[in-house]
Design a protein. Structure first.
Length: 161
């Protein structure tokens, strides 16, 4: 999915919140270290990757996405920053870090879970909702390869520890 599609889904779902919220993609955020006044939410989801060099593709059942969120009540608006962690190809020499490709269903689930966290962390609401499951087009086999996982290299992927 394109970044615009993520934004469109977020804009649609965030209308249920009490204030206007915007979302932006920021690969510079430190997942475990939000800036002062910001809350964090880190979630793994199913996604796939395609190497830009050899065109090899692979699925991954735990691609981390970090969200940092802040509600500015004086401005009556909230902001979410998103970082989608990448992986590189194990078959190539000097591979590029590749962006994950999430299905629309899984972006919907991620955004639903994010909206729930915004309610809990920014509005101090209790939601009591049953969590939605992610969808998987494949059943990835084999070990998590931490040498190719940007989240592992950043020290936040629990699979790499």
């Amino acid at each position: 999915m394109t970044l615009k599609q993520w934004i469109d889904i977020f804009d649609k779902k965030s209308k249920q919140l009490q204030h206007f919220w915007s979302i932006e993609f920021d690969d510079s955020i430190q997942a475990d270290q939000p800036a002062a006044g910001w809350e964090k939410y880190i979630r793994g989801a199913f996604a796939s990757f395609r190497c830009s060099k050899c065109r090899r593709s692979w699925p991954s059942k735990r691609v981390l996405v970090a969200f940092h969120m802040r509600l500015d009540k004086s401005q009556r608006k909230g902001t979410v920053k998103v970082r989608r962690f990448r992986q590189d190809c194990k078959s190539c020499n000097q591979p590029e870090m590749e962006e994950p490709s999430f299905s629309e269903k899984n972006v919907e689930v991620l955004i639903d879970k994010l909206i729930e966290k915004i309610r809990i962390k920014c509005y101090k609401q209790k939601t009591g909702r049953k969590p939605r499951a992610f969808y998987s087009d494949h059943d990835p086999e084999g070990p998590h390869e931490k040498a190719h996982c940007e989240a592992c290299k950043s020290g936040i992927c629990r699979r790499g520890n």
